[in-house]
Structures are given as structure tokens and as C-alpha cells.
Design a protein around this ligand. Structure first.
Ligand code: SAM
Length: 250
């Protein structure tokens, strides 16, 4: 059988493609791309002539069967998405899963990922973090998700669409408190790259005052709940319960 290579591509700056990624894309028999028209520009830039086939959210489940068959027939396949690492808020999960289930070798060719790039420059605790991908678009579901994350002590990483970034930061301020530290990482590796750290309250005001901050692509990072502060809250509450219990005891 052939090999399925999962290849990361740049998130803006084309120089971020790795030498290995270029070699794999050139030598593969077929490239499965999220959007063939979008990726045609990348291939053209690097003068690659490997044939492409679409592998996006709508056809991934059904299309994977055919691709796994190609792999079993001996073809080497490279999976790419529009930008960054496939499967990270991008298609590829079903193909990788089906390929592995069929006993096909799956090889990662690592490279750019917006979440990791943002974390590496944000200056927030990075020893533990939770990648949350996109929040629900509807405000009720988003508030519920944020509420469920309010006690999380790890640094939180979100992807967000530019036209929703202000609402999201405001919803985060409500759920986590306006004092919680956060970072907006926008247009990473591109001309207008901006990495702004502030409290959620300040960040919301800053974004509201400058409509440029509501353009392009962005990652939002939020510091986790302070462990010690969390304990203090719990301690005050347990103390209150203990006093109530003590009053009831004979
Ligand atoms: N697979 C990609 C990765 O590895 O990062 C993510 C794909 S997801 C559909 C697209 C989202 O990633 C954008 O909405 C944005 O949140 C984030 N993103 C992608 N490129 C970015 C960049 N250059 N700067 C900031 N965020 C970016």
C-alpha cells in the first residue's frame, strides 16, 4: 500500500513551507486538498505539478473510501488544507481514521499551525493549554460553552472569525471576568501581524475602538483561572458551609 502524508502548509507567509513538505508534495501521486482552487495558487508558486483532488467537509466521509482504495492500490497521497495543519479545525479526520483502519501508514509532515504560533508568542502560561477551536456562532450556545470553561486553569486557545471577535471577547469578559488576561493574535506571519495582550475588558475596548482589529484572521488566547484564586473562592465557600454546619451541630 501507499502512504498517506498529512502535510502542513503556511498560514500566511509562504516561506513557512518546509523543505520536506515541498519534497512530499512533489513526489506524491495525488494531493487531496480542502479547496483545489485555493491550493492551486500554492502549487503554482512552488512550481509543483502533482494532480489534485478535492477532500472537503462535504465529501470527506464518502470521498475517503475512494482515496483509501487509491492508497491500498499503492498510490502515495498528500493531504493538505487551505492553511496550516490539516485536521486542526480543518478536514482530514475521516480520511486519516479510515486510512489507519485499513492499515495504511499515515505520516505527519509538521509545520505551521495558527494555535501553536499564537501560543508561542503570546506570553501566557504555555506548559498546559486547551485548544477549543471555534466557539458556537449563536450567542446562547457560546455563553454556555464559555460558562463551562470558566473554571479551566489551562490557557485557552480559540479560533475566531474576524466579524465575531468583538462579541466573543465581550462574552468572554462576562463569563471569565473583565480582569482575566488575554491575547489577540491577528494576521500571524502576514504584513499586518498584531499580537496584543490586555485584560478581556481592555481588549474589548481596544477592538471596539479600531475596526482594523475586526479584519483578517485571528486567534484568541485567555489565561486560565488562577489556581490560587480558584482555591480562595472554594475556601471561602467551604468555610461558609462549615460555619452553617457547625451552627446546626449539637
Ligand atoms: N488548520 C489551521 C491551523 O493549523 O491553524 C486552522 C484552520 S481554521 C479553518 C482557520 C482559523 O485559523 C482562522 O479563522 C483563524 O482563527 C486561524 N488562523 C489561520 N491563519 C491565521 C493567521 N495567519 N493568523 C491568525 N489566525 C489564523
Amino acid at each position: 500500500a501507499g502512504t498517506l502524508y498529512v502535510v502542513a502548509t503556511p498560514i500566511g507567509n509562504l516561506q513557512d513551507i518546509s523543505a520536506r513538505a515541498l519534497q512530499v508534495l512533489e513526489q506524491a501521486d495525488l494531493i487531496a486538498a480542502e479547496d483545489t482552487r485555493h491550493s492551486a495558487r500554492l502549487l503554482e508558486h512552488f512550481a509543483l505539478r502533482t494532480p489534485m483532488v478535492a477532500c472537503h467537509d462535504h465529501n470527506e466521509r464518502s470521498g475517503s473510501d475512494g482515496l483509501v482504495q487509491r492508497l491500498l492500490d499503492g498510490a502515495d497521497l498528500a493531504l493538505i488544507s487551505d492553511a496550516g495543519t490539516p485536521l486542526v479545525s480543518d478536514p482530514g479526520f475521516h480520511l486519516v481514521r479510515q486510512a489507519r483502519a485499513a492499515g495504511v501508514r499515515v505520516v505527519p509532515v509538521p509545520g505551521a499551525c495558527a494555535a501553536i504560533a499564537a501560543l508561542s508568542a503570546a506570553g501566557l502560561p504555555s506548559d498546559r493549554f486547551a485548544f477549543e477551536g471555534f466557539l458556537p456562532a449563536r450567542s446562547g450556545a457560546r455563553a454556555a460553552r464559555l460558562q463551562a470553561l470558566a473554571g479551566e486553569t489551562r490557557t485557552l486557545i480559540f479560533y475566531e472569525a474576524p466579524h465575531r471577535v468583538l462579541e466573543s471577547v465581550m462574552a468572554m469578559a462576562e463569563a471569565f471576568g473583565a480582569q482575566r488576561q488575554a491575547v489577540l493574535a491577528r494576521e500571524l506571519t502576514k504584513t499586518f501581524e498584531t499580537i496584543k495582550d490586555a485584560s478581556l475588558g481592555e481588549l474589548a475596548a481596544w477592538i471596539a475602538a479600531d475596526s482594523n482589529q475586526q479584519r483578517g484572521e485571528c486567534v484568541l488566547l485567555v489565561e486560565g483561572l488562577d489556581d490560587k484564586a480558584g482555591k480562595d473562592v472554594v475556601d471561602a465557600e467551604s468555610q461558609r458551609v462549615l460555619m452553617l454546619l457547625a451552627a446546626e451541630l449539637p
